[in-house]
Design a protein. Structure first.
Lengths: 198, 385
C-alpha cells in the first residue's frame, strides 16, 4: 500500500466492519462518497460527529436518542399505562414503524443468560419493576423472542409483576427465534392486537 | 415361519441417487441403486460403513458415528471440506438434498437449492440405523439407550428434535446457575418452567414411540426375539416425574441437592430405556450377546413397521454388519421382512454370500480399497463370489 492511499484504505477497512457491508461494498461506498464529496460526504461527516457526541441511551427506557430522555418518554401522551418490553432497540424501532403501540417501552438490551453471564441487573429489570410502580402502569406487554432465553426472561419478569398488573405477550405469529426487527408491520400489528395473558 | 406381514406400503421414501465427495475414504463416489435393497460388500476397511455414515447425514444430527464435521473430510485431499448430495423420492415428489461442511464451520443443508435448518430434514426423510457400536447397548451406560430411544422417537415425530434442543439449552442454563451458586429463586423458576414444558413434551413423545414399537412387535416374526419396553427413571425408578407440574415440583425441590452436585439430577435427560427379554423374562442385558443383537434387529424392524403404518411409508434403514451375526434362516427372514415392508435398506457385510438369500431382489455393490481410496463397483451377475 502506498503512502498516499493509506488513509483511504483505512476508511475502507472501517466501513467494511459495518453490518451488511463487506470489503467489496465498502470500497464501492467509499468511492461513491469521494465522488459526492460536497452533497454527501461532508454532511455525513457532520452527522457522524454529531451522533458520536450526543447519542446515548434514554435514562428511563433504554431507547437510543440524543438526550437524557428519549422522545417517547418525554411525550406525556404516551404515558397510557402500557409498557412494552423488548430485547433490543431495533425491536423498539420495528414496533414504532408498525405504529400500533401507543404506550412506552422498556429495552432490556438482551436476554437473561447464565451461560453468557447476563443477569437481571444487566437487563435493567430492577429499573423496569421500579417504573411499573411509579408510572401508573396497568399492563406490561412482553414482546420477547420465542427462544429459550427470551421465554426465560419473559417468565422471570412476569413472575415479579404481581397483583393488579396485566402481563401479556405477543400472540402467535412471531416465529421461533425470530426477531421483531425482521417482521413486517402487518405481522407485528396482528401479534399486538391478538396479545394474550402470559 | 409365521410371517404376519402387512401389505407392502404404497408410499415411497428412498434415496434414488447418492453422491459422496471427499467423504472419509471416498473421493468421488456415485451410487444410483436400481433395487430397494442395496447390499454393500467388501473387505474390512474398504469404506462400506462410510457410505452408510454419509446417508445418515441426510437426517438431522451428528450422523451414525457422531463425528465432528472436520474429521470427515478426506485427509489425503486438498479439498476444503466434504459433501454428500442425494436425489430423494418422497411419495410422488423428488427432492435434491445437499449437505456439507468446511473447516471451522458447522454442517450446511440445502434442500432444492435453498438453505434450510438441519432439523427440517426430519420432516423429509426418516432414517433408522443399526451399527456394531450398538452391540453393547443393553450393557453399557444409559446414555446410549436414551439416544436409541430418542432416534426412535424422532422417527415418529420430527418435532422431537426441537424440544430436545430447547430442553438441553434450558438445562445448561440451570446448570450454570447451580455452578455459579446463584440464589435468585425467580431466575431458577423461569429456567425450570422452560425445562418442565419441553421436558414433559419429550417424555410424552418417548412414551408414544415406545407404545408404537411395542404394538408393532406383535406383528413381528417369531424367530426374532421380543421385549417389553419401558421408560424408567434414574436407578430404574418407575415413579419419576412425567408431567409439566411434576417436573416443576421436582426441579424446584431438588435445587439444593443439584447445587451440591453442580448439575441437574432430575428430568428426561436422566431417563433410561428398560427392556425385558420376553422369552426368558429377564432384562435384556442378562441375555447372550447374540440374543441382544437379535433383539436390536427385531426392535428396528418393529420401528420400521410402526412407521410404515403411521406414515404410509417405510423409512430408509441402514444395517451395518448385521447379516454376519445371523444364521441363514434369520438372514432370509430379515431380508423377506425388509422387502415386504417396502423399506429401502442399505446393508453391509464382508462377503457377498451373506446376501445370497436376497437373490435378485437387491443391488450388489462391491466396495474395495485402493491405497486409501474407496472404489465402488457394480457387481455383474457373472462375477458372483
Ligand atoms: N477422514 C478420512 N480420510 C480418509 N480416510 C478415512 C477418513 N476417515 C476414515 N477413513 C478410512 O476409512 C476406512 C474405514 O472405512 P469403513 O467404511 O469404516 O470400512 P468398512 O468397509 O470396514 O466399513 C479406514 O481405512 C479409514 O482409514
Ligand atoms: Mg464397517
Ligand atoms: Zn425513553
Amino acid at each position: 500500500m502506498s503512502d498516499d492511499t493509506r488513509d483511504i484504505e483505512a476508511l475502507i477497512d472501517l466501513m467494511a466492519r459495518l453490518p451488511g457491508l463487506g470489503p467489496r461494498s465498502a470500497r464501492r461506498a467509499v468511492l461513491h462518497l469521494i465522488k459526492k464529496r460536497g452533497p454527501l460526504m461532508v454532511p455525513l461527516v457532520d452527522a457522524l460527529r454529531n451522533v458520536a457526541e450526543n447519542a446515548r441511551p434514554c435514562l428511563n427506557c433504554g431507547n437510543i436518542g440524543t438526550s437524557d430522555l428519549c422522545a417517547i418518554c418525554a411525550d406525556e401522551t404516551r404515558a397510557n399505562g402500557e409498557i412494552c418490553v423488548v430485547e433490543e432497540v431495533s425491536d423498539l424501532w420495528a414496533m414504532e414503524r408498525a405504529g400500533i403501540f401507543k404506550g412506552r417501552y422498556h429495552v432490556l438490551g438482551g436476554t437473561l443468560s447464565a451461560l453468557d453471564a447476563i443477569g437481571p441487573e444487566d437487563l435493567h429489570i430492577p429499573k423496569l419493576l421500579d417504573r411499573v410502580a411509579t408510572e401508573n402502569v396497568r399492563e406490561v406487554i412482553l414482546a420477547l423472542n420465542a427462544t429459550i432465553d427470551g421465554q426465560t426472561t419473559a417468565h422471570y419478569i412476569a413472575d415479579q409483576l404481581s397483583g393488579d398488573i396485566a402481563v401479556t405477550s405477543l400472540a402467535q405469529g412471531v416465529p421461533i427465534g425470530g426477531e421483531l426487527d425482521y417482521l413486517d408491520d402487518g405481522t407485528i400489528t396482528a401479534a399486538m392486537r391478538a396479545r394474550k395473558s402470559f | 415361519m409365521t410371517a404376519n406381514l402387512p401389505e407392502p406400503v404404497s408410499g415411497t421414501c428412498a434415496i434414488e441417487a447418492l453422491f459422496l465427495s471427499h467423504f472419509r475414504s471416498h473421493k468421488v463416489t456415485r451410487i444410483e441403486p436400481k433395487a430397494r435393497l442395496v447390499a454393500l460388500y467388501g473387505p474390512n476397511g474398504a469404506g462400506k460403513t462410510n457410505i452408510l455414515e454419509a446417508i445418515s447425514y441426510l437426517s438431522p444430527g451428528r450422523g451414525l458415528r457422531r463425528a465432528v464435521p472436520e474429521d470427515i473430510r478426506r485427509r489425503e485431499d486438498a479439498a476444503p471440506g466434504w459433501k454428500v448430495a442425494a436425489r430423494l423420492r418422497v411419495g410422488d415428489t423428488q427432492h435434491e438434498l445437499e449437505t456439507w461442511a468446511e473447516a471451522g464451520s458447522g454442517r450446511h443443508v440445502h434442500l432444492d437449492g435453498k438453505a434450510v435448518p438441519q432439523n427440517r430434514l426430519g420432516n423429509l426423510l426418516r432414517i433408522l440405523w443399526l451399527v456394531p457400536a450398538m452391540d453393547r447397548l443393553w450393557t453399557e451406560a444409559a446414555e446410549g439407550r436414551r439416544r436409541f430411544l430418542d432416534r426412535m422417537t424422532l422417527s415418529f415425530d420430527p418435532a422431537h428434535a426441537d424440544d430436545a434442543l430447547r430442553y438441553e439449552k434450558a438445562m445448561r442454563e440451570r446448570n450454570r446457575l447451580l455452578k455459579d451458586q446463584v440464589t435468585d429463586a425467580h431466575w431458577y423458576r423461569a429456567v425450570e418452567a422452560q425445562m418442565a414444558a419441553t421436558g414433559a413434551a419429550i417424555l410424552l413423545r418417548r412414551e408414544a414411540a415406545i407404545a408404537a414399537v411395542t404394538a408393532a412387535q406383535r406383528d413381528g416374526l417369531d424367530i426374532f426375539p421380543k421385549a417389553a419396553l419401558a421408560l424408567i427413571g434414574p436407578d430404574a425408578d418407575e415413579d419419576f416425574p412425567r408431567t409439566e407440574e411434576a417436573l416443576l415440583d421436582a426441579l424446584s425441590e431438588g435445587r439444593n441437592r443439584d447445587m451440591s452436585a453442580g448439575r441437574t439430577l432430575v428430568g428426561p435427560h436422566r431417563c433410561d430405556l428398560s427392556a425385558i427379554y420376553a422369552a426368558k423374562s429377564i432384562p435384556a442385558r442378562e441375555t447372550s450377546t447374540g440374543e441382544q443383537k437379535a433383539l436390536l434387529i427385531s426392535l428396528v424392524l418393529a420401528n420400521v413397521r410402526a412407521l410404515a403404518m403411521a406414515t404410509g411409508a417405510a423409512p430408509v434403514v441402514l444395517l451395518d454388519e448385521v447379516a454376519a451375526h445371523l444364521d441363514q434362516e434369520r438372514q432370509a427372514a430379515l431380508y423377506d421382512e425388509l422387502d415386504a415392508l417396502g423399506a429401502q435398506a442399505w446393508l453391509t457385510g464382508t462377503g457377498r454370500e451373506l446376501f445370497d438369500a436376497l437373490g435378485a431382489r437387491a443391488d450388489y455393490l462391491q466396495v474395495t480399497d485402493d491405497a486409501g481410496l474407496s472404489i465402488v463397483s457394480e457387481a455383474g451377475l457373472n462375477n458372483q463370489h
